[in-house]
Design a protein around this ligand. Structure first.
Ligand code: PRP
Ligand code: URA
Length: 210
């Protein structure tokens, strides 16, 4: 699991995460922070994108330089809370396509229930980064990735902001080929499946539906 999970301890990410966790942070600021953290995480999660040589003319002469080569990206937020991360990652990769997977956790069983799925048609030519701020039991991420795998993407990464140890274990066991990027691994899941200390219900805090 160690080689598969990347915890991003960059000071800018950690500082913003502290503000995000604070129960006194309102929806407007919360949304902005989720987006900013996603943007910073995307920088690291795309570190291994391959480059190729190109030649361009600058105002001063010819430059032998680099561009991202053939491999293209798609971001797939898990609805609802994953939507909060989309603007931030698109700031970094504006040409990426965006698919959507709709899942919610049944509050009784904690099992994910699928209600929507729309992926880019050419997803088999793309690397996919799945977005969801919270990895709790791991059920939603595991199911979303299973759905996406049916369309044969080149590879899949999963990006969350806070992960529970239980969710990390479940996800890395279910999908050992998927790299996981997070900003923190918290202490535990409580009896109703919330991450402690976590930040509460991410979807409710983003959309003000508490
Ligand atoms: C939250 C969160 C994840 C899921 C994580 O979504 O955004 O999708 O829970 O929990 P799990 O790892 O135990 O599956 P929720 O079901 O609350 O739906 P929402 O985003 O629509 O609020
Ligand atoms: N989903 C959330 O939004 N928060 C949690 O702590 C767990 C699941």
């Amino acid at each position: 699991m160690e080689n598969q999970v990347f915890v991003m301890d960059h000071p800018l990410i950690q500082h913003k995460l502290t503000l995000l966790r604070d129960k006194n942070t309102g929806s407007k600021e919360f949304r902005a922070l989720v987006s900013e953290i996603a943007m910073l995480m995307c920088y690291e999660a795309t570190r291994d994108l391959p480059l190729e040589e190109t030649i361009i003319e600058t105002p001063m002469g010819t430059a032998h330089t680099k561009v991202i080569s053939g491999r293209k990206l798609a971001f797939v937020p898990i609805l609802r809370a994953g939507l909060g991360m989309v603007d931030g990652v698109l700031e970094m990769v504006p040409a990426a396509k965006v698919g959507h997977i709709g899942l919610y956790r049944d509050h009784e069983t904690l099992q994910p229930v699928e209600y929507y799925s729309k992926l880019p048609q050419d997803i088999d030519e793309r690397e996919v980064i799945v977005l969801d701020p919270m990895l709790a039991t791991g059920g939603s991420a595991i199911d979303a990735i299973t759905i996406i795998k049916r369309s044969n993407p080149k590879c899949i990464k999963f990006m969350c902001i806070i992960a529970a140890p239980e969710g990390l274990k479940a996800l890395t066991e279910a999908h050992p080929d998927v790299q996981v990027y997070c900003a923190a691994v918290d202490d535990y899941l409580n009896e109703i499946g919330y991450i402690v200390p976590g930040l509460g219900d991410a979807g409710d805090r983003i959309f003000g539906t508490i």
